[in-house]
Design a protein. Structure first.
Length: 307
DNA sequence: AATTCGGGGTC
DNA sequence: GACCCAGAATT
């Protein structure tokens, strides 16, 4: 099983040059990559982009940055405003955590996004990936950035397999770290470039190998593009708690306030459940969960977004 | 290591 | 319809 340790320095440099040169030409012109984008703008983008495609983030990010240009602005907003602005990006707990992170930055970091990866990692909603990404993209600190795109590119190009393991392994992190260019500026650009390659060319389902700068170096291609050993199980959706929770949130977002006794009708009106009819246990479970998560408030016999 | 947590475009 | 997406937190 090929590993990075087996790549000669010359082979690694060839890898770097191919991807970086490709990035020079094909990088998308995204607003959070602009030279005048603030660290806060980068951080907001990284949170919004968690499990969410770029095209859906773009409009929400623009509105968000215009409304709350720095962490202190978001920290002062009401939860209702924040959840409304989050709109349909999904996983709305991210919005709550982003606001909590903003408050923490006001408290502990003078209202600014910290550059220290450990300080970033300590913020709500910021995991290993996001901490590394903000440090690298916003502050030029060459942390090893490993997201789903990087994992896929390295799994194919270096290890010669079709898809990465289900969960991020130490071996993957070790390989990604070993592959970081020594030069600081180059390393930061490498982080963005590999992600971009995974997003635009080395995609999960139909990779466009003909357009890939690594075609002649790719271990997966030279192995005949073998099928992945494990086909990842897709997430169920119809009938899940996630679907019902989302439908409840949509009903409250659209109406502002929903009588407790009218929740079922209001949610049905959003037409987000398809043919699914939740049973009483699921209604109870989901509503209690939303209240417990702080995504919903029950007051005067009605549900609304928290103040 | 496995689950939970949205939502919609795309194949 | 299944699949995938710049993951994090919890168990």
């Amino acid at each position: 099983m090929p590993e990075v340790a087996e790549l000669t320095p010359a082979a690694q440099d060839r890898l770097h040059t191919a991807v970086l040169d490709w990035f020079d030409v094909h990088a998308r012109d995204l607003p959070w990559r602009s030279a005048d984008c603030s660290p806060w703008g980068v951080m907001v983008s990284e949170i919004m982009l968690q499990q969410t495609p770029v095209v859906r983030v773009l409009p929400r990010w623009r509105d968000w940055m215009q409304r709350w240009p720095c962490p202190a602005d978001l920290a002062e907003a009401s939860t209702a405003e924040v959840l409304t602005a989050w709109d349909r990006l999904g996983y709305p707990r991210r919005a709550l955590r982003l606001q909590q992170a903003a408050a923490a930055m006001v408290d502990r970091h003078g209202g600014k996004v910290p550059a220290d990866p450990a300080a970033l990692r300590a913020l709500p909603g910021v995991g290993e990936y996001t901490a590394a990404a903000v440090a690298s993209f916003a502050f030029g600190i060459p942390e090893t950035v490993v997201d789903t795109n990087v994992r896929r590119v390295l799994t194919r190009a270096v290890r010669g397999q079709g898809l990465p393991p289900k969960t991020l392994t130490r071996a993957e992190m070790r390989d990604a770290h070993a592959l970081m260019p020594a030069d600081r500026t180059r390393a930061n650009r490498w982080n963005a470039a590999v992600m971009e390659l995974g997003a635009l060319v080395c995609t999960a389902r139909s990779p466009r190998c003909d357009d890939c700068p690594l075609l002649e170096q790719c271990a997966w291609v030279s192995a005949g593009r073998p099928e992945p050993e494990h086909t990842p199980r897709g997430q169920d959706w119809a009938g899940t708690d996630r679907q019902l929770r989302g439908a409840v949130m949509a009903a409250v977002r659209e109406a502002g306030r929903v009588e407790v006794g009218a929740v079922r009708q209001a949610v049905a009106g959003t037409r987000r459940l398809g043919t699914h009819v939740p049973d009483e246990a699921q209604w109870t479970r989901c509503l209690a969960g939303l209240l417990d998560d702080g995504l919903l408030l029950e007051r005067d016999g009605a549900y609304s977004f928290p103040d």
